[in-house]
Design a protein around this ligand. Structure first.
Ligand SMILES: [Zn+2]
Length: 88
């Protein structure tokens, strides 16, 4: 299954949700079953139990940086171009 391209708006929104969730977990010292939900799958809207994201390794002669996102259990895989200022 090939990766689904996400717009930079979608990527930004997912990253914001993940950051907020992480802050919540740390601030409120939450334990596993009380973790806030992950963002829904942008493709099928399924409940996401696991979301792995990583910055795509730089490619030769490609200036663009992208983030790769894999969600489970629906198994959709995404790729979203990153604005440089999102890479901090
Ligand atoms: Zn999905």
């Amino acid at each position: 299954m090939s990766r689904i391209e996400l717009g930079s708006e979608q990527v930004a929104s997912i990253r914001r949700t993940l950051e907020r969730r992480e802050r919540d977990i740390i601030d409120r010292v939450l334990q596993q079953p009380d973790y806030p939900p992950l963002p829904a799958c942008p493709e099928c809207n399924a409940v996401v139990e696991q979301m792995d994201s990583m910055v795509e390794p730089p490619q030769f002669e490609v200036d663009e940086r992208a983030i790769l996102i894999n969600v489970k259990p629906c198994g959709h895989r995404f790729r979203g171009a990153l604005d440089i200022d999102q890479l901090s």
